[in-house]
Write a protein that binds this ligand. Structure first.
Ligand SMILES: [Zn+2]
Length: 217
């Protein structure tokens, strides 16, 4: 049975009474033995520990993973890390769920229109775990530069009523908060909202365009 969890090999599979498959995993390959601090390959085993990370659902029945992983001593001179537990990309140190389950949870909210609650129910995860996963995959979109835009839509919006407050230092009446903001959208494409800035002065518009020149290419 192939699980596609890089760096892990299936030792055996047990079928529990309720139909759940329990998959026993072992470390495959040498990479997991590299010290995370200095990169040297460890040779002295400190002990063993069994990790049971949650993974994506597999069919109708449940799936349980049990990875027996080693703890290593790092004997490299000068390395501050005395010991470490094996880790692979899909199961980083301290992770209770696989990387692919975390990403699947985040994408359900980001791209599939699911609520955090629903994604949690579907995948058997708690609300904070899904929300955390969503923040992570959301960050990928937030930091990615927008693609080229054929028609840039610029829209000024005013919200709320004008409220002022007296500045205690100058004694002047100042606006309490910026009421105007400008939204920039990909008017004929599929990128949606590209950015939003406070204010309504023309230079604010130029500000965003200047930050993303490729969006106007
Ligand atoms: Zn080390």
């Amino acid at each position: 049975m192939l699980l596609d969890l890089d760096g892990l090999a299936v030792v055996r599979v047990e079928r529990l009474e309720d139909g759940t498959r329990r998959v026993y995993l072992a470390t495959a390959g040498e990479q997991a033995r590299a010290c995370p601090a200095c990169g040297a390959f460890a040779t002295r085993v400190k002990g063993w520990v069994v990790t049971r990370p949650r993974d994506l659902p597999c069919g109708e029945r449940g799936l349980e993973l049990a990875w027996r992983r080693r703890r290593w001593h790092c004997t490299q001179p000068g390395c501050a890390r005395r010991s470490f537990t094996e880790q692979v990309r899909q199961v980083p140190a301290g992770a209770r769920i696989t990387t692919r389950l975390r990403q699947a949870a985040g994408r359900r909210v980001r791209g599939a229109g699911s609520t955090v609650v629903q994604a949690g129910r579907d995948l058997g995860l708690s609300w904070p775990t899904v929300m955390d996963a969503f923040r992570q995959v959301g960050q990928e979109v937030m930091t990615a530069p927008p693609g080229p835009v054929t028609v840039l839509g610029i829209d000024e919006t005013c919200r709320g009523r004008r409220q002022r407050r007296r500045d205690p230092r100058t004694g002047r009446w100042e606006p309490r908060a910026e009421r105007w903001h400008i939204g920039f959208v990909d008017a004929t494409g599929i990128q949606g909202l590209l950015g939003q800035v406070d204010g309504r002065a023309p230079q604010r518009r130029a500000g965003l365009a200047g930050n993303h020149p490729q969006a106007l290419a």
